[in-house]
Each structure stands twice: as structure tokens, then as C-alpha cells.
Design a protein around this ligand. Structure first.
Ligand SMILES: Nc1ncnc2c1ncn2[C@@H]1O[C@H](COP(=O)(O)OP(=O)(O)OP(=O)(O)O)[C@@H](O)[C@H]1O
Ligand code: SF4
Ligand SMILES: [Mg+2]
Length: 334
């Protein structure tokens, strides 16, 4: 599939800036305000996350519910300020960047398209809104670009005149994808984009996202609690546990030779008879700990089948496993 028009030019990065997205020590703390017992307590949703995503690649970000994936996504989109650390998109820090300018380079696709689509607007208006906000093209050019985009995401021409309520869940997600891509962003943050869809529709949307990535040369950060979803999509994977990355590596390494005990548990749960149904039961007895009172040392130690006594005392650093930057792991036994 090829777009009929050239993608909008994005500013060229300086030589050597190979990354579409770079996170440096990114953290986000929430203060829990309400309730007598919570008063003044803090919750570290994201802790010192450093990650690099080369242009044109898909980075999968996986972890259980509540591990901080969406909080991370919101920081990358400029929707939530970081408590510490830096986000660079195409080598440029986004802190202090104008929200409108940022929207030209990075766009989200969220889990529930319905809540973000105005039910009283026709699909053509919804998809064309970013062009109007940014004053791109004449009304005729905007309409042509909307029609082209709807065609690219596999919607019939008549959808342009319909309302969100007249479409199926899969079609609504296609509308959300069309709206996200109409500005030809370089980076797309996909936060569980298929979790709310029927299983039969999920594969269609994942294939569409892959086709569009090739057609537009996009870079994706693809968030999912389900390893099965990212298996066919991601070039690399980062595994998060209680706000921290515990392992990062190529898809092949993570799926064929996972090193972190948590990654192994996640993989085992993805191989159970009904993968992708809700939060994985990782079969380790205890549930995920409260993020506002994380365990000492390695936060995974209460659930880790191979924990040693030092694991409760010392937090393992995220180290370069092979000395070539290809794989990182945070475990004393690695
Ligand atoms: N605005 C907020 N105020 C306080 N706590 C918050 C806020 N937003 C998120 N949290 C907490 O931060 C932690 C991470 O939440 P987040 O939504 O980022 O997780 P997630 O990995 O996206 O989960 P899910 O898979 O369920 O979407 C959770 O413990 C959540 O309760
Ligand atoms: S550091 Fe210890 S508790 Fe943490 S994953 Fe490794 S072995 Fe398990
Ligand atoms: Mg989330």
C-alpha cells in the first residue's frame, strides 16, 4: 500500500541523532491526596526509564496492568509532565515544546476510540480536524486528503458522511488511526489499540498498522499487556514492572531466550489456552504489589521463583547484558 501524496516533511535530525524517540531517566510521581490513609503518600508510576527507539522501528512496551505504561505514553505526548528526566523526539527535547507543534510529530492511538470521537460530528469532519487546526491546505485539498486517508485505512467512501455511532468498533478504530495519521506524524504512540476489539478484528487492525508503518515510514511505541499482540509487530521489546524497565531486547531474544524471571512468567502466561484475556495470571501466587508501597530491593522479589536474600535488600540496575547495547536486564542473577 502506498500513499498517493508524499508525507509532510518533518525537520531533519542532526547527523548522529538516529532515534525517533529517546527517553532519559524519565520518572513520574503522583501524590495521593484523598482519604485519611493515603494523605501525603506518593506513588511512583514511572521510575528512571531510559529507552531509545530508532526511526522506522516498532518498540513494544509490555507489562501488567498498573505498571505505568499509559503514564509513560502520556508523558511522551506532552499530556502529563515528567517529575524528572527528558523526552527527546527526533533528538529534540519536548519539555516546553508547544503542544500544537508537538502534535505534528507525535500522535496517539488509544484503546477506546469511541470516547475520543465526537459523536455529533461526521467522520470526514473528525478526520479532517487536525488539518483545519493547523491550517493545512484549502477546504478542497483537505477533503481530498481525508478521502485518501479513509481509503488507506480501509473504510468505504460512504463512511465520510456517517457518524461514529453508525460504525463498528473496528471501523471506529480505523477512524482514530486515520485522524492520527492525517498530519503524517513520524512517531505514533499506540496504547493498547486493539484491546477493546473482538479477537477477529484485532488481527485486521494490527495488520493495518503494520501496512501503514511501511507506507509512511512510521516509528511506533506499541503498548500492550499482552505479549501475543506484540509478537508479530515489534522489532524490539521493553518489559516493565512497577514503573521500571526490567528487560529490553530484540523480539527474537525476548521470545526465544528471555532472561528476566518476570519476562519468563509473562511469556508463560501468553502461552496459556486463552492468551490476551485481561490481565495475565502469571501463576506466581501473589498479585502485583501496591505501587504506592513497592517492595524493597528488586520490586519483583516477593513473586520471583528464584529470588535470593540479597534481592530484598538491593535493587538490581538495568545493565547492558552483552556489552553491545543489544540487550538490557535488571536482575542479580543475570
Ligand atoms: N493521575 C493519577 N493519580 C494517581 N495515580 C495515578 C494517576 N494515573 C495513574 N496512576 C497510578 O499509576 C500507576 C500506573 O498507571 P498506568 O495507567 O500508567 O498503568 P498501565 O500500565 O497503563 O495500566 P493498564 O494496563 O491497566 O492500562 C497505577 O498504580 C495508577 O493507579
Ligand atoms: S533480582 Fe532477584 S528477585 Fe529480582 S528478578 Fe532477579 S532473581 Fe528475581
Ligand atoms: Mg494503560
Amino acid at each position: 500500500m502506498m500513499p498517493a501524496t508524499e508525507p509532510t516533511q518533518v525537520p531533519q535530525a542532526e547527523p548522529g541523532e538516529a532515534y525517533a524517540l529517546e527517553l532519559r531517566g524519565l520518572s513520574r510521581t503522583f501524590t495521593l491526596g484523598s482519604g485519611f490513609l493515603r494523605q501525603g503518600r506518593t506513588l511512583q508510576a514511572v521510575s528512571e526509564v531510559s529507552l531509545r527507539v530508532p526511526r522506522g522501528q516498532v518498540m513494544g512496551l509490555v507489562g501488567e496492568s498498573g505498571c505505568g505504561k499509559s503514564t509513560l505514553a502520556k508523558m511522551l505526548l506532552g499530556l502529563t509532565p515528567p517529575s524528572a528526566g527528558e523526552v527527546l523526539i527526533d533528538g529534540r527535547p519536548i519539555v516546553g515544546a508547544n503542544q500544537k507543534a508537538l502534535a505534528r510529530h507525535v500522535q496517539p492511538i488509544f484503546q477506546d476510540p469511541y470516547s475520543s470521537l465526537n459523536p455529533r460530528q461526521r467522520i470526514a469532519q473528525i478526520v479532517g480536524l487536525p488539518l483545519r487546526i493547523h491550517g493545512i491546505g484549502s477546504p478542497g485539498e483537505q477533503a481530498a486528503r481525508v478521502a485518501e486517508m479513509l481509503d488507506l485505512v480501509g473504510l468505504p467512501g460512504r463512511a465520510a458522511r456517517q457518524y461514529p455511532g453508525q460504525l463498528s468498533g473496528g471501523q471506529r478504530q480505523r477512524v482514530a488511526i486515520a485522524r492520527a495519521l492525517i498530519m503524517r506524524p513520524a512517531l505514533v504512540i499506540c496504547d493498547e489499540p486493539t484491546s477493546a476489539l473482538d479477537v477477529s478484528v484485532q488481527a485486521q487492525i494490527l495488520n493495518l498498522l503494520l501496512d501503514l508503518k511501511e507506507a509512511f515510514g512510521l516509528t511506533y511505541l506499541f503498548i500492550s499487556h499482552d505479549l501475543a499482540v506484540v509478537e508479530h509487530l515489534a522489532d524490539r521489546l521493553a518489559v516493565m514492572y512497577l514503573g521500571r524497565i526490567v528487560e529490553e531486547g530484540s523480539r527474537e531474544q525476548i521470545f526465544n531466550a528471555p532472561r528476566h524471571p518476570y519476562t519468563r512468567a509473562l511469556l508463560a502466561s501468553a502461552l496459556t489456552p486463552e492468551p490476551g484475556l485481561g490481565v495475565p495470571d502469571i501463576g506466581l501466587g501473589s498479585a502485583q504489589p501496591d505501587p504506592s508501597a513497592p517492595p524493597s530491593g528488586c520490586a519483583f522479589h516477593p513473586r520471583c521463583p528464584v529470588a535470593e536474600s540479597r534481592c530484598a535488600r538491593q535493587r538490581p540496575l538495568l545493565n547492558d547484558a552483552d556489552g553491545n547495547g543489544g540487550s538490557r536486564i535488571a536482575c542479580h542473577l543475570a
